[in-house]
Design a protein. Structure first.
Length: 400
């Protein structure tokens, strides 16, 4: 992403019009108001980035979940209207939405160029490398960048050159100096195929995505990686990069980790954020939001969603913050911070495999205190999730 000038790596899911809009709160000050919108045209899993000029950039998925297409649109009026959609993937039906955590992610780089990374479908070309045992080609980690004017996208490319068994969703970030970072978790082609042997890998470009270095492991610690969980990355000024992922050791240790780099992704240091013992893959996702020097990360642990200031980590033990407890399982947290430091956390409840759920959200002050109660709205489609962005007046917009 374009550093702190962007609101978040995961300001997601914007509709193509202002249909189905309502205001959750009507305070005297618009800064703390929340507006709810649906995604029209059958689109799911869109991601939105608000750039330094206040323009919303969005990519969303449409079509059969096992093999559909990605579309890019932009909005100059906070999501009330959008440009005509442009297809991102050069091969028809080469994106996948099944599982919710395998959707596309996007970043805005130097001079406003749009970069998109996504898990390829079973039919995607170029295909992934063959599994060393089964000899079957795997799913590729695909990448495409827009033209300078963002009127079309270059042909998609597979960035996996030495890794196999892509599963959970990959992630992408970019900075204003022309660097693009794409990360995913997978197994080395010449190594073990166990979940404990999975690692987070990163491919870096220093040429606006024209070419990438061969992927390499991000961290040497043997934490494994939860195979069907996503991961999330954000690029900040001064060469800083932060990445969230879920580990997998001894079957049941599926803990949340933060990886941070201060040298443009050359080296990373890791920190365990939150433990979770569960003997199955929870298919969880994460998100980031940035505002000034503050970077907030959000994740799920044991049916609850949490957030914390990741730039304040490393200063001793601290407990992450969370909304009031609920009987429903909470998943797929999305977070945004407005100009006054207020934070809105949104998530889904009641969703399951191939089944949608409800949207829920709560606002927090800059110091992390809850503002008001948890609010809810029905209608999150299957394979989709909540999303949140800040408008020019400081209010929040939640899309589902």
């Amino acid at each position: 992403m374009h550093g702190y000038q962007l609101l978040s790596v995961t300001l997601l899911v914007v509709g193509l019009s202002s249909a189905s809009t309502r205001t959750a709160r009507q305070p005297t000050d618009a800064v703390n108001s929340v507006h709810i919108r649906r995604v029209p045209h059958g689109g799911i899993q869109p991601e939105v980035i608000v750039d330094w000029n206040g323009v919303l950039h969005m990519v969303y998925f449409a079509g059969p979940p096992m093999g559909g297409n990605l579309y890019y649109v932009r909005s100059a009026n906070g999501g009330d209207t959008f440009s005509m959609p442009i297809r991102v993937n050069s091969q028809d039906n080469s994106a996948i939405a099944t599982g919710t955590i395998r959707g596309a992610q996007l970043a805005i780089g130097r001079e406003g160029r749009v970069h998109v990374g996504w898990n390829g479908s079973d039919a995607a070309l170029p295909g992934g490398l063959p599994h060393p045992k089964t000899k079957r080609a795997g799913n590729p980690m695909l990448y495409a960048r827009s033209t300078a004017a963002a009127t079309s996208f270059d042909p998609q490319r597979n960035l996996m050159t030495r890794t196999v068994m892509l599963d959970g969703g990959g992630t992408i970030a970019a900075d204003h100096d022309g660097r693009v970072y794409v990360a995913w978790h997978a197994n080395a082609q010449d190594g073990s195929d166990s979940e404990e042997s999975r690692r987070v890998w990163i491919a870096r470009s220093q040429a606006d995505g024209v070419s990438f270095d061969q992927e390499r492991p991000v961290w040497a610690e043997p934490t494994g990686a939860c195979a069907c969980c996503g991961l999330r990355m954000i690029a900040a000024p001064h060469g800083s990069i932060h990445l969230l992922y879920r580990s997998a050791t001894q079957v049941v240790n599926r803990d949340m980790y933060l990886l941070s780099s201060t040298d443009h992704g050359l080296t990373f240091a890791g920190e365990q954020l939150h433990k979770w013992r569960i003997a199955t893959c929870p298919m969880s996702s994460m998100s980031f939001a940035a505002a000034g020097d503050r970077i907030v990360g959000a994740w799920e642990t044991d049916g609850q969603v949490y957030f914390d200031n990741v730039t304040a980590r490393g200063r001793g033990p601290r407990a992450p913050l969370a909304p009031a407890s609920s009987e429903s399982r909470r998943q797929h947290p999305r977070v945004a911070v407005n100009r006054d430091g207020a934070l809105l956390l949104a998530w889904t409840e009641g969703a399951a495999w191939a089944r949608g759920g409800s949207l829920a959200w709560q606002m927090f002050s800059a110091s992390g205190k809850p503002i008001g109660e948890v609010e809810r709205a029905p209608g999150v489609p299957a394979w989709s999730f909540a999303a949140v962005a800040t408008a020019a007046d400081g209010s929040f917009v939640v899309f589902h």
